[in-house]
Design a protein around this ligand. Sequence first.
Ligand code: GAL
Length: 364
Amino acid sequence: MKKYLISILLILSYAKSFSQSFKPGEVWKDTDGKAINAHGGGILYHQGTYYWYGENRGEKRTVGVSCYSSKDLYNWNNEGIVLKTVADSTSLLQTGCLIERPKVIYNLKTDKYVMWFHHELKNQGYKAALTGVAVADSPQGPFTYLKSLRPHKGIWPANFPEDKRKIDTTSVTNKPPTELKERVIAGEIVQRDFNTGQMSRDMTLFVDDDHVAYHIASSEENQTLHISKLTDDYLDFDKEYHRVLPGLANEAPAIIKHQNKYYLIASGTTGWKPNPARSYVSDTIFGKWVSLGNPVRGSEEEKATTFKSQSTYILAVRGMKNKFIYMGDRWNPDDLKDSRYIWLPLTFENGKPTIHWKSSWRLE
Ligand code: GAL
């Protein structure tokens, strides 16, 4: 009898941390039974394993970047914190800084794992608007922090008209939103930031079929996306970058390629509060990007809040053709570490990426 009880208890405790489906919005536990702490994340697939990187949020501050690994996308092993903020007060990475939306890509030429992330400095709120880069020899890290920067200092966007290429450092920041939008569209923020480098906040990375990688970030006071080519080793910015959808205030960008077209999902700019998602399509990575509207199919409330989530990544599932997962965050600003994961199937309906709600689902 005692033997049976023990086996039942063992089975129950095993079942507790074993999952076979996605349950958006519930607490997701790792294989140790602890809540997964990887927000604003992204996924790297490498040699049969998925690695999920995300913001590790502590009680009050960013701890660093977490890494979890999985073979099936349902069960995640905690690989620890692969990039940590540091006590050293001379480092830009000092405790109290913000590390958001980390993404990792693998460089075939150098055999290195490269992480880029949105970086804000200690006690400066969201003023710095930097992008940071770190590198590792293995997907489980540890990652070595290299630098943070505002990209493209002294370089005009490739699609910036010749007659606008003049520096103007007059502040256009404290303008009413309507006026700011006009000034953004006119290119005044690009001109203002020409000498110091362009602002870089919400970001993602995208590696194309030819292994060229791109950094996609909200720039120009979060009003315009900048899509930038990275250097061959992925550790720096190449010269070429393009302004995309100026003045449309896209944040939380996520990009996939599907049947030779590029698709972008983004959110609006309402901080931690959810808003309607947007979707776009383009024949080339730099554009022209054309709106495909809100990808959410559901009630008015679901469309208005993207199922109470904000995009962070779209995963193309390996070995399953045309299988994509929309990955979003349901932020809890009062307790960021308790923000939940909203993963839903992303399908194409009439050529448009669409997302429907499912409270529990499997890949098949
Ligand atoms: C959101 C952004 C998040 C975080 C937040 C802070 O708009 O997508 O990553 O920066 O603002 O309020």
